[in-house]
Design a protein around this ligand. Structure first.
Ligand SMILES: [Fe+2]
Length: 158
């Protein structure tokens, strides 16, 4: 019986280039971490958090779109089947990660109009750092996938 299996391959060179070139994303992520580590004491801090989180959301939208367009592709003849599941799983994480940062940025936006914004923002910080942990794990796993794809290309381990 014939089975049809969709395979997802990784374009390691493009994926690596997207990651290395994304200076703006790294900068805004660093800025958000610095801001959200500090306690929010006044309403102007909330505005700064909100603007930075919106910027991070926009950078991530671009980052995931580039990775989806150039870093992953469907391949009828998968050259490295053992990488297929890892690629599929990491590729699918993009939408969940993006929805998470959208929710966090939206929550920050709503807090701007909240009477007790400064008190409420602690929850936002917790959600943000939980997101950062997931995103950084995702990035590390993609780095490992890129290395594995390169190793397959040059025949390491055969
Ligand atoms: Fe990714």
């Amino acid at each position: 019986m014939a089975t049809v299996c969709r395979t997802l391959a990784v374009n390691a060179a493009f994926l690596l280039e997207i990651k290395e070139d994304n200076r703006q994303l790294k900068d805004v992520l660093r800025k958000c971490k610095q801001l959200l580590r500090n306690p929010c004491t006044q309403r102007s801090d909330v505005r700064q958090w909100t603007d930075s989180l919106s910027e991070l959301r926009d950078q991530l939208a671009m980052h995931f779109a580039l990775e989806d367009a150039y870093g992953y592709f469907e391949d009828a003849v998968m050259q490295a089947p053992r990488l297929c599941q890892r690629a599929e799983s990491l590729h699918q994480q993009h939408i969940g990660l993006f929805l998470d940062i959208c929710r966090i940025a939206d929550s920050a936006d709503r807090l701007l109009h909240h009477k007790h914004a400064v008190q409420q923002i602690r929850h936002l910080s917790d959600a943000f750092f939980a997101f950062v942990e997931q995103f950084e794990t995702h990035e590390h796993l993609e780095d490992a996938l890129i290395m594995a794809a390169f190793e397959d290309d040059i025949g390491v381990g055969d």
